[in-house]
Ligand binder design. Structure first.
Ligand code: TXA
Ligand code: MG
Length: 310
């Protein structure tokens, strides 16, 4: 059910939960001051309670009041990337933020979204927690119809004339520890883009055994359809997820995620394509992963890797 900004703000201020478009993916929003609404988010998504939520803010002050001090380079990072798809995990004063949000951790994740509607909403309501608006483990939502497909037609979805999730992939998560930032989740900002601010390219911690973002432990972004990642789709496959500027064997169904010259295009359509596979009850598909390893492609590859895990 599509609702207006006014209606969304009213519902959130009185302890409701609504879906909200952001420039990355749709979020499932609740006010950080409404404990019951926060708990409902975990319930609606089927999300494990040890997986903390990102607090979305409309000013740096809203972060400052929850911390002893902002870590080194925090201001430099947000000056360049906020509002936008960068989430920063920093130590907080535990008593000042619901432990349900932080899953009991002494740190919290913060992001200021750049989507016009999302930011206007937070300006009205104050900080909002917003996990991606999808059932836990499933592909994220980049269209209001995706949200309705997961949570039902009656679920309130904020929409207006600008509901496009322009990026289509979640924010990049950076964690601060022992004087350095590391990447907890690859996302819409590539590691290389962080070099000019930090003077080093932060490493992706989840490449190691124990993920630093609790959410990365769980199955993620996955359709029911079995995905086979391959550099050369085999002759006997039926459905190929590939690129519109590459030739594939004849007589195959090719679902395009975009052009090889534009990782942005593939990022934008990735979740729609993964959802389409289940909408059409396609049992298995072969994904062409013969694309570059750098920049945004590395995030697309990581999402496909996760989505293909059983
Ligand atoms: O682009 C995004 O970030 C979207 C939009 C809606 O803003 N939100 C999103 O939220 O992707 P979610 O809940 O789907 O993913 C949040 C991730 C989880 O993997 C969680 O474990 C991690 O952030 N996280 C949150 N707080 C953390 C903390 N204190 N320490 C480590 N990881 C944390
Ligand atoms: Mg998510």
């Amino acid at each position: 059910m599509i609702i207006t900004l006014e209606e969304a703000s009213k519902r959130l201020l009185s302890g409701g939960v609504v879906a909200v478009p952001t420039e990355t993916v749709f979020g499932l929003a609740a006010s950080i001051y409404h404990e019951e609404a926060i708990k409902q988010i975990f319930m609606f998504k089927g999300r494990p309670s040890d997986n903390p939520l990102i607090t979305h803010v409309s000013s740096i002050k809203q972060v400052e009041v929850l911390t002893e001090e902002l870590p080194q380079d925090f201001i430099n990072l947000v000056e360049v990337f906020w509002p936008g798809p960068l989430t920063l995990v920093i130590p907080i004063i535990k008593e000042r933020l619901s432990s349900t949000i932080c899953a009991g951790l002494p740190t919290a994740a913060f992001r200021m979204p750049s989507h016009r509607i999302a930011l206007a909403l937070i300006e009205k309501t104050g900080p909002l927690v917003m996990p991606s608006a999808n059932l836990s483990g499933k592909p994220s939502s980049t269209m209001s119809s995706h949200v309705e497909s997961d949570f039902g037609k009656e679920f309130p979805v904020l929409a207006g004339d600008d509901t496009n999730c322009s990026l289509g992939l979640e924010s990049t998560i950076l964690l601060y520890k022992n004087g350095r930032w590391t990447i907890g989740r690859l996302g819409a900002i590539s590691p290389e883009q962080l070099f000019p601010i930090l003077d080093y390219i932060p490493t992706f911690e989840n490449e190691q055994k124990k993920p630093v973002c609790p959410g990365q432990r769980y199955r993620h972004y996955a359709p029911k359809c079995a995905l086979h990642l391959t550099d050369t789709p085999p002759a006997d496959c039926d459905v190929i997820i590939g690129f519109n500027d590459r030739e594939y064997p004849k007589n195959k169904r090719v679902i395009s995620i975009g052009s090889l010259v534009s990782p942005e295009e593939s990022a934008h359509s990735l979740y729609s394509v993964l959802r389409l596979l289940d909408d059409e009850s396609i049992p298995q598909a072969w994904v062409d992963t013969h694309f570059p390893h750098e920049g945004l492609w590395s995030t697309i590859r990581e999402r496909l890797n996760k989505a293909s895990k059983l």
